[in-house]
Design a binder for this molecule. Structure first.
Ligand SMILES: NC(=O)c1ccc[n+]([C@@H]2O[C@H](COP(=O)([O-])OP(=O)(O)OC[C@H]3O[C@@H](n4cnc5c(N)ncnc54)[C@H](OP(=O)(O)O)[C@@H]3O)[C@@H](O)[C@H]2O)c1
Length: 215
């Protein structure tokens, strides 16, 4: 079976914004509050960061669970991994996620700045550069036959879309207008020359799921 490159649960505003500007240690999503984009996932029973019992078990929960299904590796951009820019001053920063990162697979962090790989629990982070096709090849090999998740951020997803390497995308659009920030698209119609699209409003009313797959 083909090994797909999948974008999962990528969350944007109704005007296409997937992250704010001016990212910092205190504000991983820049001027955008994560709840503005991820409230739909945070309300589900399967949300990994959930601390209290309960949560919805409907369509939104299905997508939250699908995040990890048959994924053997992730590719992410350096700005998703952390707020630093330029050369690494030391190897102290190990991502936002603490000692138990939610990936549980090899993760390939795209960067122009070399850094040794390291492992936290069952996630190993590798730091790689190069053209997207070559990076995808590395990730596919590490995924041992499973699919590869393209984890974002916005720049990374746009780069792999431009290189025509993405097989499926699930984008959750929240009914909030942000005005400025990092934009995934002006309109989902931009992808319709290359992808089929099904748009499914969540019965919870808080988000509209966009499912794309390659024509
Ligand atoms: N809405 C969502 O669902 C979602 C999901 C994930 C992340 N995010 C948010 O998105 C934001 C980050 O997105 P972003 O667009 O700023 O950045 P990004 O895509 O995470 O990372 C971009 C950086 O990765 C490195 N890079 C990318 N392609 C490369 C290549 N081919 N070779 C070498 N290096 C490469 C470059 O860094 P260097 O040149 O500095 O090494 C580049 O500046 C964060 O705020 C994050 O929280 C949102």
């Amino acid at each position: 079976m083909a090994q797909l490159l999948r974008v999962q649960n990528f969350s944007i505003s109704s005007d296409g914004i997937g992250a704010g500007e001016d990212q910092s240690l205190e504000r991983p999503f820049g001027h955008v509050a994560p709840e503005q984009l991820f409230a739909w996932a945070g309300a589900t029973a399967s949300w990994p960061m959930r601390t209290d019992p309960g949560g919805s078990r409907g369509l939104d929960d299905y997508f939250t669970r699908d995040y990890a299904r048959n994924i053997g590796a992730e590719i992410m951009g350096r700005n998703k991994f952390g707020p630093q820019r330029g050369p690494w001053h030391d190897d102290e920063w190990r991502g936002w996620w603490g000692d138990e990162p939610p990936f549980h697979t090899p993760v390939f962090v795209l960067t122009h700045h070399e850094r040794p790989s390291f492992t936290l629990s069952d996630t190993t982070f590798h730091f790689v550069g190069g053209d997207p096709a070559a990076v995808l090849e590395q990730a596919r090999e590490a995924a041992h036959g499973k699919d590869v998740r393209l984890g974002g951020g916005v720049t990374t997803i746009r780069q792999f879309l431009d290189a025509d390497l993405v097989d499926t995308l699930h984008v959750a659009v929240s009914p909030v207008t942000l005005g400025s920030g990092l934009r995934l698209w002006d309109s989902p119609e931009e992808l319709l020359d290359r992808f089929h699209l099904e748009v499914v409003p969540s019965p919870s009313g808080s988000v509209t799921h966009h499912l794309f797959w390659r024509k």
